[in-house]
Design a binder for this molecule. Sequence first.
Ligand code: FES
Length: 158
Amino acid sequence: MEQDFSQLTESIKKYRGKPGILIPLLQEVQQIMGYLSKDTMAYLSRELDIPAAEIYGVATFYSMFKLKPQGKHIIRVCKGTACHVSNADGIKDALKTALELEDGEDTTSDMLFTLTEVACLGCCSLAPVIMIDDTTYGKLSPDGISRILERYAYEEGK
Ligand code: FES
């Protein structure tokens, strides 16, 4: 299905012809579209006369840019030192099992969750820590993961 780029008209107007705009432009576009598809980057390249390779280079260099559709809820698993030594791997494995994610997958098939790793969430005394959207969960054990996820699934009526 073709993506609808009409929502990007204002952004294109705002950034057209200005130097050094790629990062703020891509942030804004990602906020509007949810992620940066190849079609979106090609559209930006055409409209702003910026080489597609340059756009793609920036989008793939910075981890804040998402090239695939993201789940409704973003789960950040902290892999910083304090969390790592407090079984962050076990937490991540429990999440993958509960979300039924295969190796290499990060988003559930119902698009409810995307699982990602981060370096440190800034609350090391609560290790091991995850964040789901803006909510922090600390002092976790693998056994408690399903209960946390159930709340979100329940909200969706699943
Ligand atoms: S290392 Fe996990 S919150 Fe800092």
